[in-house]
Design a protein around this ligand. Structure first.
Ligand code: AMP
Length: 256
């Protein structure tokens, strides 16, 4: 595996492979089995697997959240290498957003509800960085987790609206034994908070918004809603202490 820091290096490394199938897996690092499931799927389906590791400042509304985001690059390098990743692209913020940067992709309606209400500008940051990564890597396929169902809906809309030529692959949510969806943010939960966080998957598993709201009664709930994505999901966001967790279950369809 090669670790590359600049767009120029990444483009040069991909140049000999332009006639092969290239897969892109965008991430923010602090890898867990959810990330690894995307790497493995990409490895099985493409000749060249590119993973980006970039804690994208543009998708964080709060500095404290950005600065507190878990980072462990050495560990991530080892995990990506073991999963068969070919190129790990880990740019500095200035590489992606050089001075003068001012062009943004805003998926207006889909990006402004649910997560968008509580994290203004979040999906603008996500869509913009993903479009940049897609333009740099020019993959035939890009891999995302169903865990972030609204992100998938936003990116699917961007791909349609901007005529991007790639296939979006969406993989099932990987969970811990206690049902909690794996998330880099779980590392920040104390044992007592983790215990309380378990009511999130438990509530969603009822597949009933009203019942889920009742079961989440003693957590700080941002929303519990049925969202008409493809597939339709029951989705929720809660705060447990200082940690914000999102999760969803599919109500129909066959992704999971
Ligand atoms: P992140 O590093 O959190 O931005 O996530 C990178 C990719 O991994 C996104 O497409 C996520 O949806 C996906 N992902 C995160 N957690 C999980 C999980 N528990 N299971 C499957 N995919 C996940």
């Amino acid at each position: 595996m090669r670790l590359v820091r600049t767009i120029a290096e990444l483009r040069e490394a991909l140049e000999p492979h332009r006639r092969e199938t290239i897969a892109l897996v965008p991430t923010m690092g602090a890898f867990h089995e959810g990330h690894v499931s995307l790497f493995r799927a990409a490895r099985a389906e493409a000749d060249v697997v590119v993973v980006s590791l970039f804690v994208n400042p543009a998708q964080f509304a709060e500095d404290a959240d950005l600065n507190g985001y878990p980072r462990d690059e050495a560990r991530d390098v080892a995990i990506a290498e073991a999963a068969g990743v070919d190129l790990l692209f880990a740019p500095a913020p200035e590489e992606m957003y050089p001075p003068g940067f001012q062009t943004w992709v805003d998926v207006e309606e889909l990006g402004s509800r649910l997560e968008g209400v509580h994290r203004p500008g979040h999906f603008r940051g996500v869509a913009t960085v993903c479009l940049k990564l897609i333009n740099i890597v020019r993959p035939q396929r890009a891999y995302f987790g169903q865990k972030d169902a609204q992100q998938v809906a936003v990116l699917r809309r961007m791909i349609l609206d901007l005529e991007l030529e790639l296939e979006l692959r969406v993989l099932p949510t990987v969970r811990d034994g206690d049902g909690l969806a794996l998330s880099s943010r779980n590392a920040r939960l104390s044992p007592e908070e983790r215990e309380r966080a378990r009511s999130l998957p438990r509530a969603l598993s009822t597949k009933d918004a009203q019942r889920a709201r009742e079961l989440l009664g003693d957590l700080d709930v941002d929303y519990v809603e049925v969202a008409d994505f493809e597939p339709r999901v029951l989705t929720a966001a809660v705060r447990v202490g200082d940690t914000r967790l999102i999760d969803n279950v599919i109500l129909e369809g066959d992704t999971e």
